[in-house]
Write a protein that binds this ligand. Structure first.
Ligand SMILES: [Ca+2]
Ligand SMILES: [Ca+2]
Ligand SMILES: [Ca+2]
Length: 264
């Protein structure tokens, strides 16, 4: 049996895509190998330090912990200040959600040996701490966990699949932050020279796929009121005259500068 915190070099190949279109030849080339905790079994990708560059987390079976590696958007990864995060016994599965609705990505790990799910809350800087209830019971030998809102209350829940019990455990999130009053998301739609565009249709879609729309006023301003905090939203603009890139916004408080200028 390996020591709990033993780190061994395992081959974790990062593969870079070479293809760009449907007709292109698709290939991958080795970029780098990284040391992880012992016997990493599963990886999940998210942007844990909110620098816009994808990072990844692994569940390390024999080390009873989780590893975070921060991406540089060039195919390279580095360790954050707190390299390994404790989990339950022999974690096998890992998934990403925002369980406390603070807009920061959290982790759920399926602990095969201890029959539970570890919840670790992210700080948006690459670090994680245990939730108030750090481990949530599942059944015998949970080996994977998936996140969804199964009862439609806007709080993230999980389904753990239990290898040893031939069952799935559904656990409904009970975060209390949801009842907080909604905030406002607003901004301005402009021409390339900075003038406001009237009657542009702005859409805002939440993580459940629910879309709201707003039309800009004579000066190009739009707003959405009573927006639920803690989630990310896709905001897009439809205009007859210009094309605009969609934006993904994390809403933790009122935003008044979600502005749009046309693509070149
Ligand atoms: Ca990142
Ligand atoms: Ca969170
Ligand atoms: Ca829910």
């Amino acid at each position: 049996m390996l020591a709990k915190n033993t780190i061994v070099a395992v081959t974790f190949l990062v593969l870079l895509s070479l293809g760009h279109s449907a007709s292109a030849t698709v290939g991958f080339k080795p970029a780098q190998s990284y040391a992880m905790g012992t016997a990493p079994e599963m990886a999940a990708v998210a942007d844990f330090n909110t620098d816009g560059k994808p990072d990844f987390a692994t569940a390390n079976f024999n080390a009873n912990n989780l590893s975070i590696r921060l991406g540089d958007n060039l195919g390279g990864f580095s360790s954050p200040a707190v390299p390994e995060i404790s989990a339950g016994a022999t974690p096998r599965g890992i998934a990403i959600g925002d369980f406390n609705r603070d807009g920061k990505q959290d982790l759920a790990a399926a602990n095969y040996g201890s029959g539970n799910i570890s919840i670790r809350l992210g700080n948006n800087a690459g670090g994680f701490v245990p939730a108030a209830t750090p481990e949530v019971s599942a059944d015998t030998q949970p080996q994977a966990v998936a996140i969804g809102d199964f009862n439609g209350d806007g709080r993230q829940d999980f389904a753990a699949v239990n290898n040893g019990a031939a069952s799935a455990s559904i656990r409904l999130g009970s975060c209390s932050v949801l009842s907080a009053a909604g905030v406002t998301v607003a901004g301005r739609v402009r021409t390339a020279t900075g003038e406001g565009i009237r009657n542009a249709r702005v859409s805002m879609t939440d993580q459940q796929g629910v879309t709201r729309t707003s039309v800009t006023n004579a000066f190009g301003y739009y707003s959405f009121t009573d927006v639920t905090v803690g989630g990310s939203y896709v905001v897009g603009v439809e205009s007859r005259r210009f094309h605009y890139s969609t934006r993904i916004v994390q809403v933790t408080d009122t935003l008044v500068d979600v502005d749009f200028t046309p693509m070149e």
